[in-house]
Design a binder for this molecule. Structure first.
Ligand code: NAP
Length: 225
């Protein structure tokens, strides 16, 4: 299995590199030129392509010959970073490749997610402020996912809960809708978010699904599994 990790130098990206190497996968990592050093511990075991993840030419080269692509979608700055990244992957990945994208619970596929009012208020107030300050563009992550949902490729959009660091607890549980009781604890270890992304590469039941995930050892997961 040859896997491209788009956004490999971030926290989630590096955990995904680790899980892929443990499985014996060949890894190609894309990260911003200034972040190549963060991948130093893996430099002799993976191929690193420096470049912005929304650079279509970088992505074209990186995904060539890959059976799977793991993409970290982030909304940082006002530069269509998420949608540019997603579009480049959708356009250039090999036909039939498994395409796994990361995002948060705020993304909804069918509008049937039920969010706490505090979460809705935060999005309504904080998102425009972040855009105004040119700090982040949440709308663009939503646009990226709209394009993925409309695509006929073999995609999965993994929607992360709140995250924490710590030892792996195992593969997170998932559900189609935020608000489902199994997700109530809203906490996943980042290392297990990465585990879910990597496991999705070989799980065809997740093709064209947008699982919302939650840690498998959280109270709500244990109560409802
Ligand atoms: N943080 C949370 O609480 C949370 C919750 C739910 C879901 N998620 C999702 O989890 C995924 C990973 O998020 P994370 O918070 O854990 O962060 P992360 O894994 O550390 O990843 C951050 C990524 O953003 C890149 N980045 C940082 N600043 C940037 C900029 N100005 N322009 C372009 N790229 C920039 C980083 O690249 P460099 O290495 O080059 O800096 C890195 O690849 C995302 O898809 C996010 O939506 C996060």
């Amino acid at each position: 299995m040859k896997v491209c990790i788009v956004g490999a130098s971030g926290k989630l990206g590096r955990y995904m590199v680790q899980h892929c190497l443990e499985r014996g996968y060949e890894v190609v990592g894309v990260c911003r030129p200034g972040s190549v050093g963060k991948l130093a511990p893996y430099a002799d075991r993976i191929t690193i392509l420096p470049g912005k993840t929304n650079d279509r030419e970088v992505i074209r080269k990186a995904v060539a010959g890959c059976d799977g692509v793991l993409s970290v979608l982030v909304p940082w700055r006002v530069q269509q970073y998420s949608s540019g990244t997603a579009q480049a992957v959708l356009d250039h990945a090999e036909p039939g490749a498994r395409l796994i994208f990361s995002c948060g619970w705020h993304i909804t596929r069918d509008g049937r997610d039920v969010y706490p009012w505090t979460f809705r208020l935060m999005l309504k107030v904080v998102a425009p402020l972040m855009r105004l300050a040119r700090f982040a563009e949440i709308d663009d992550q939503i646009e990226a996912c709209r394009r993925i949902f409309a695509s006929d490729t073999r995609w999965t959009v993994v929607r992360g809960s709140d995250l924490e660091e710590g030892e792996s607890q195992g593969l997170p549980v998932w559900s189609r809708h935020v608000g489902d009781p199994i997700l109530a604890s809203n906490m996943t270890r980042r290392v297990d978010f990465a585990l879910f992304m990597v496991a999705a590469l070989t799980d065809d039941t997740l093709v064209q699904e947008a699982p919302a995930i939650n840690g498998c050892r959280t109270p709500s997961a244990l109560a409802h599994a």
